[in-house]
Design a protein around this ligand. Structure first.
Ligand code: AMP
Length: 144
């Protein structure tokens, strides 16, 4: 299954972004209100300049305490992004996520953010695919 199909199945939802300079407390508010685990940092809404995960916030909270909530997201986000394109296979994306130990993957093409998929999206897509393969094989064996 291709990333493009996963995005279609999600309904091509627009990626939630915040601008650099946003305070961590405001980013946390966005995560809570939108019920999401990461937010992409984007200066103009089209580029992916970084990603901030609930994990980044919890780690800093544990290390430095609540004062980190008044910092700017720029210092806490991951700027070295691993991204994929719509043409990539879900298996490849799953491998990148497993190796990088993260659950989110911005979909970027020609420098433009076109979507975001989560580990949950990829697992769901793979399970659907495996169930279809199983049905097809069962049908062949049973002669249907
Ligand atoms: P996650 O498991 O996605 O909540 O994130 C775990 C860690 O990986 C956090 O430090 C994130 O900032 C970072 N991260 C999340 N997604 C990506 C990605 N696509 N590329 C690079 N780092 C990421």
């Amino acid at each position: 299954m291709l990333v493009q199909q996963i995005l279609k199945a999600k309904g091509d939802i627009q990626v939630v972004t915040i601008v650099p300079g946003t305070l961590v407390q405001d980013a946390a508010k966005v995560l809570a209100e939108r019920r999401i685990g990461t937010v992409v940092i984007s200066a103009d809404g089209t580029t992916a300049d970084g990603i901030l995960s609930e994990r980044d916030i919890v780690r800093e909270l544990g290390k430095r305490g609540p004062q980190c909530m008044s910092d700017k997201v720029d210092d806490m986000m991951t700027s070295n992004l691993v991204t994929c394109t719509r043409a990539e296979n879900a298996d490849v994306v799953l491998q990148k996520m497993t190796e990088g130990r993260f659950r989110h993957m911005p979909v970027v093409e020609d420098g433009v953010l076109v979507g975001l998929i989560t580990l949950g999206d990829v697992v769901k897509a793979r399970l659907t695919e495996l169930a279809m393969e199983k049905d097809a094989l069962q049908g062949m064996i049973m002669g249907h």
